[in-house]
Write a protein that binds this ligand. Structure first.
Ligand SMILES: C[S@@+](CC[C@H](N)C(=O)[O-])C[C@H]1O[C@@H](n2cnc3c(N)ncnc32)[C@H](O)[C@@H]1O
Length: 284
């Protein structure tokens, strides 16, 4: 099982191999969600972003494109290959913004000593909070974020959790190869967080929370679903061993058959929990 106390090297092995496919096939942050995050930063001079579990840098990229005048980005990830992808993607679009890539577990993040790193005004965690030691991450954000900062916990599920004919058929095919339990890398099964993100936030310093839900319809080509699967922890190539080519061929036939009856559509909901410090007591 993957638990919050899973060690950083295990997490790194889990996410390292799919970095190139992740960059190519994962959908970005939907524009209305970017607008919401931008509104948390817009009125500030020289805003600073701390992005936890940055992956290939989807969140920083979306916020740089929003032209808020971001002054500095701290991008944190346990996976070196993900950080390499993030550096390649972000460097050409940074403009005057500075970037520090931090190879660490999010809860172990520390700013540079000597006050060199300015306190972040926005701390983001997109499609990554469930992998982390969540109370420790929220306590870390409380230690380092600016007094009036916001924390945004966000995500949109996956093609494993999505409920449509084609995603159900695909999930069943994966289960035929790998067993019924959802995998989370080699040798482990995925473990749902024991309490909700809302409960995590309520028990933290970040207890003033608003939920924002943005419906997004995505149309997938079968070949892109195959690429997406390679970037996941539940259908990564190494899980299938020698049977990976056979799995991909079968998955492609299945997806082509479903696509001939119409597009492969995913009706996703991208949810943002935007949290600020509340006045009450919190677990630390
Ligand atoms: C599903 S990806 C999300 C990437 C990006 N935020 C996005 O939305 O596209 C999850 C990322 O979290 C990273 N990750 C997992 N556990 C982590 C931890 N404890 N601390 C920091 N990063 C972690 C993984 O290496 C991976 O890059």
């Amino acid at each position: 099982m993957i638990r919050p106390d899973t060690s950083a090297p295990e997490q790194e092995a889990l996410f390292g191999s799919g970095a190139a496919d992740y960059e190519r096939f994962r959908p970005g942050v939907p524009p209305p969600a970017v607008q919401l995050l931008a509104s948390a930063l817009r009125s500030r001079p020289d805003p600073v972003l701390l992005d936890l579990g940055t992956g290939t840098g989807q969140v920083p990229r979306a916020l740089l494109a929003a032209e808020l005048g971001l002054a500095h980005i701290e991008a944190v990830d346990v996976s070196r290959p993900m950080l390499d992808q993030a550096r390649d993607a972000l460097t050409p679009v940074l403009g005057h913004c500075t970037l520090r890539l931090v190879h660490a577990a999010a809860d172990a993040y520390t700013p540079l000593a000597g006050g060199e790193t300015r306190a972040p005004h926005l701390v983001t965690c997109c499609r990554s909070f469930h992998w982390m030691d969540r109370p420790a991450v929220l306590a870390m954000a409380d230690r380092y974020a600016a007094p009036d900062a916001a924390v945004a916990i966000m995500g949109d599920g996956s093609l494993w959790t999505h409920d449509a004919d084609w995603t159900r058929a695909l999930r069943e095919l994966i289960q035929r190869y790998l067993g019924v339990e959802r995998r989370a890398g080699t040798g482990t099964a995925y473990c749902e967080p024991r309490r909700s993100y809302e409960e995590d936030l309520a028990a933290s310093a970040w207890s003033d929370v608003t939920e924002h839900r943005f419906p997004v319809d995505r149309v997938w080509a079968p070949k892109d679903v195959i690429g997406y699967l390679r970037s996941t922890s539940f259908a990564a190539p190494e899980l299938f061993g020698e049977r990976h080519a056979a799995f991909e061929a079968e998955a492609r036939r299945l997806l082509d058959a479903h696509a001939s009856g119409g597009p492969l559509t995913e009706h996703a909901v991208f949810t943002v929990l935007l949290a600020r410090r509340g006045g009450g007591r919190s677990e630390r």
